[in-house]
Design a protein around this ligand. Sequence first.
Ligand code: C2E
Ligand code: MG
Ligand code: MG
Ligand code: MG
Length: 283
Amino acid sequence: RAKSQQRTGHFYFSRSMGVEIRERVRMMHALRTGFSQNQLFVVYQPQVDLDSRRAMGAEALLRWQTPDGKFVSPDRFIPIAEYSGLIIDIGEWVMRTAMQELVALRAAGHTEFTMSINVSQVQFRHPHFLDTLRNALHDTGAPPEYVELEITESMAMEEPDMLIKMLAQIKQTGVTIAIDDFGTGFSSLSYLQRLQIDRLKIDRAFVTEITNSARGSSIAEMVVQLGRNLGLAVIAEGVEDERQAQILHNLGCPLAQGFLFARPMTGEALSGWLSNDALAGVA
Ligand code: C2E
Ligand code: MG
Ligand code: MG
Ligand code: MG
């Protein structure tokens, strides 16, 4: 009996795998075409100071709208871009686009505004990553100290020695580093201390929990404390309502990002949004 079950299991598994692989291959081709036909664009979500409610920076987020008008979520297509290697070219393009936007905002007077850019572990591991970063900074004229790279905590977990070395080299370019989705991995304190990072981003899951239960804010509180102890900046992501913002503010979390303040928007919309917030990112 065990044997036949195993076989059935195997058959079922490979058939669904076939469907899955075919779908991935289809999406990979569509993404490659889409990228070359300018179906990808970058949107920007403001990051605000919880005290003054002023925008201090933005996170660049990739969007893909297919010719039928539908949007494909980055959670679906980024893994395919990674798996196929397309993320190398796409990621470089995002980096340059976001840096150009930063330069444009600076020209409009937002000279203290920062730009956060998500970096995939596939990009990060690529032997030319440092050159790509340096060239993008050089060609766009973006000031490195206003550029932040976001890497995920799960990425920080793998190959610790490689990561420690890479971060040290990246820091030499002058850009800053944030750990995204913080709290979802299990980095130890001693390991975190060895990483040259600047900021922790509290994962949205823990922000949501804040108002869900009596002990809901304990992880957010712990990350704020950790940041304080390690001398790192802290930002909360996925803040959707005023109560969450209040609690985070009371916990001493200085910055936040979320639908409460603004949804991700095009560069053009961001300039408009910032001019309504006349002092945003101005020294
Ligand atoms: P992430 O870097 O953690 O980005 C935050 C995600 O939370 C974004 O989803 C953003 O739109 C969403 N978000 C922001 N505020 C709220 C809120 O108040 N409520 C809710 N429910 N969601 C909120 P998005 O844009 O769909 O991106 C998903 C993930 O895809 C990102 O998570 C990131 O891991 C990845 N991604 C997006 N753009 C890029 C990119 O250019 N490069 C790479 N490598 N990954 C990217
Ligand atoms: Mg991010
Ligand atoms: Mg995140
Ligand atoms: Mg995330």
